[in-house]
Design a protein. Structure first.
Length: 169
């Protein structure tokens, strides 16, 4: 399968731009996992630094107007096991959700082809729309809840898919 045409390699400028325009539910999630605040306010600069430090495969889905819709990637957390991250703008998701889904599936397929045996994502409990996308859009299964896992005691839902269960190979 060929990579979607609007899927490109992530550049630091994409991440900085998206962190400035991050969706409110993603800001809430970032606050649950990372110290991205200055004087009690969300800091796009600190969020960008967290993402720029990530080492695994990364991608950006570009909108028709040439702006980044989302940037995302995968962190190797154990041999053959990758955990996802993503940041996007409201307009990016509203206008490009199909392309974001196709691009995410493509990259997931590529990871499975190159040796991944498990892919997973985590989301705080309040991100119900993200939970639905993980299950319906990406074919993942909810595997459990890590109670009190967030920095402020937020419950976190874990989603995963194994290579043998992957629908879009």
């Amino acid at each position: 399968m060929k990579a979607p045409s609007n899927l490109i390699r992530t550049d630091w400028r994409h991440i900085a731009w998206l962190c400035e325009r991050m969706r409110p539910d993603e800001i809430e999630q970032f606050r649950a996992f990372f110290d991205v605040e200055v004087e009690g306010q969300y800091s796009p600069d600190l969020a960008a630094r967290v993402l720029l430090a990530k080492q695994g495969p990364q991608f950006t889905v570009m909108s028709a107007d040439g702006t980044p819709a989302v940037a995302g990637g995968w962190d190797l957390i154990a041999e053959g096991v990758w955990s996802a991250w993503m940041v996007g703008s409201m307009a990016g998701w509203d206008e490009n959700w199909r392309s974001i889904t196709k691009s995410s599936r493509w990259l997931m397929s590529e990871l499975f082809k190159t040796g991944a045996r498990r892919l997973e994502m985590a989301a705080i409990a309040s991100r119900c729309q993200a939970h639905r996308w993980y299950e319906r859009g990406l074919g993942m299964s909810e595997e459990g809840i890590k109670r009190g896992y967030g920095r402020n005691g937020e419950d976190v839902h874990l989603f995963g898919v194994l290579r043998e269960d992957w629908k879009w190979a």
